[in-house]
Design a protein. Structure first.
Length: 502
């Protein structure tokens, strides 16, 4: 039991978000999250276990390798008997509690089979592996793998066929997309971004501006948060408004990595377009986390990595989206003449497969996002992504989101229970992620009172709990619906609250 007695006011179970039941002010945030009706005793282990038993996606955990507590302490690759136990969908005491899928997703069990198939293809048929599909192999021929992975990714981000390409890595793709979509002219040379963008995005934007001969100090418009780290849509729209004549590009995160805030992509995109602006989205923390409709939302371009919620492995090959309206390739003077298409940086893999090996130096881009590829992609990398996508294929982003909302709501509920409800000064931590579930993904960011980070970090480590710590004092915990359990969330909340003295 987390805590048998509580001095908090008891709130009726089952209060709905939209309920008109008057709620005591101090409990308002608790009521918001409790649309699932967690009863007052939901902070006991039995309750957490019962949520797992009734979870329709519970079988997915068994498709992943959950690091064991012993494994997490490992200093050598040599296998010991304790390491080799297979994990199962029933969490055992020996499983670590992994809440870091926002940083690096866990390894699907099928990944090693896929990679083994890849190695065997290479060792047996060598160069023929580019075009030959071996029977009994889970893999496509190497030359088809990027297209295959792109097709399978479309449903995860709400793209039409042809609007996604799989290539490179995230920051490289941001550069390549900016090479096409950031075309500064005269006074219209600025890029609007957030005040504390992920460093790689900040540097990429800064260097693009300098590359075009402009001064980043003048040309980077940073949208400031309203309070804490949360940037309201109104603030973003107002900043667009104030600078509409100078902006050449808007580039924002779908889910902000630090605060976990999910931005209103359709509304901000529509507004940017109403001012005639191009807008791109970094979906590093959104892809595989929240269902999106990039095509319907008319997003110009987007990019994401696949090693966070997409579980393709560290540094795995990344995804990019280009709206179909920007991917057109036309031959106004007949099929033998020069094509007309949106400018981008190119290589032979941007070129149509049918003529790629003609070696005639007549460039004919692949229509759609595929035309933004450049090089022959790493087949090993693609193999690992295809393995992960095969798991996503067994469910849908909608199903995952339904569990994710409840899992994160449970985490919030547990964390807020017993929280001193007087002024903020007495609280050892604050949740800086929006409390409105529609404005966040899986992650909750917990801002600790000064000086607590170290003791909390140590307490979590002792229990084999893996979360992400960002200086000066934020813990990011992301229960991932594919492999995390309500029990994981319960153990984390119990350990965390004890460590902060609640
Ligand atoms: C994780 C992350 C990156 C990482 O970029 P790489 O090119 O994959 O190293 C960049 N931007 C954001 C917002 C991220 O969350």
């Amino acid at each position: 039991m987390l805590s048998g007695s509580t001095t908090n006011k008891v709130m009726a179970p089952g209060i709905l978000e939209s309920s008109s039941t008057p709620v005591i002010d101090n409990n308002r945030t608790k009521a918001t999250v409790n649309k699932y009706g967690f009863p007052q005793d939901a902070d006991c282990e039995e309750y957490a276990r019962s949520l797992d038993e009734s979870d329709p996606l519970r079988g997915f955990r068994d498709k992943f390798i959950i690091p064991s507590k012993a494994g997490l302490e490992r200093k050598s690759l040599a296998v010991t008997p304790a390491d080799s136990s297979a994990s199962s969908s029933i969490p055992s005491d020996r499983d670590g509690i992994y809440l870091c899928g926002n940083s690096l997703g866990l390894q699907p069990k099928c990944t090693s089979r896929y990679i083994q198939a890849q190695l065997e293809t290479w060792s047996s048929i060598a160069v023929a592996g580019h075009f030959t599909e071996l029977e009994e192999s889970p893999l496509k021929p190497w030359q088809s793998m990027a297209d295959f992975a792109a097709e399978q990714s479309c449903r995860l981000v709400g793209a039409l066929p042809g609007e996604v390409a799989i290539a490179n890595t995230l920051t490289v793709n941001l550069h390549l997309l900016m090479a096409s979509f950031y075309r500064p002219t005269g006074k219209r040379n600025k890029i609007l971004l957030e005040w504390k963008a992920f460093p790689s995005d900040h540097y990429a934007i800064e260097s693009q501006i300098a590359w075009h001969g402009f001064d980043p100090k003048e040309a980077m418009i940073l949208v400031e948060p309203d309070k804490d780290h949360i940037i309201s849509t109104e603030k973003i729209l107002a900043t667009i408004d104030e600078n509409a004549d100078d902006i050449a590009l808007v580039l924002l995160p779908g889910v902000q990595y630090y605060s976990g805030q999910y931005l209103d992509i359709p509304r901000i995109t529509e507004y940017a377009h109403s001012k005639g602006l191009i807008i791109g989205w970094d979906l590093a923390h959104a892809a595989g986390n929240i269902p999106m409709k990039l095509h319907d939302w008319d997003v110009d371009f987007a990019a994401w990595c696949t090693y966070k919620y997409m579980n393709a492995g560290p540094g795995a090959i990344a995804g990019l989206f280009v709206h179909e309206k920007h991917g057109k390739v036309e031959y106004p003077n007949g099929p033998d003449d020069d094509p007309v298409f949106r400018h981008r940086l190119t290589g032979w893999y941007s070129g149509d497969k049918a003529s790629r090996f003609n070696m005639d130096n007549k460039f004919r881009p692949i229509p759609g996002a595929g035309g933004f590829q450049i090089s022959n992609p790493s087949a090993i990398d693609l193999t690992s992504l295809c393995a992960s996508l095969s798991v996503f294929n067994e469910t849908s982003m909608e199903e995952l989101r339904a569990k994710s909302l409840k899992l994160t709501a449970y985490l919030q509920w547990l964390l807020q229970k017993d929280m001193p409800s007087n002024d903020e000064g007495d609280r050892p931590f604050r949740i800086i992620t929006p409390l409105d579930p529609s404005k966040r993904g899986a992650q909750l960011s917990l801002l600790l009172s000064p000086g607590l980070l170290e003791q909390v970090g140590e307490a979590l480590q002792r229990e084999g709990i893996i979360v992400d710590q960002r200086k000066p004092g934020v813990i990011r915990a992301a229960p991932v619906p594919l492999y995390n359990t309500y029990y994981d969330v319960w153990v984390f909340a119990r350990t965390f609250k004890k460590a902060v003295g609640l």
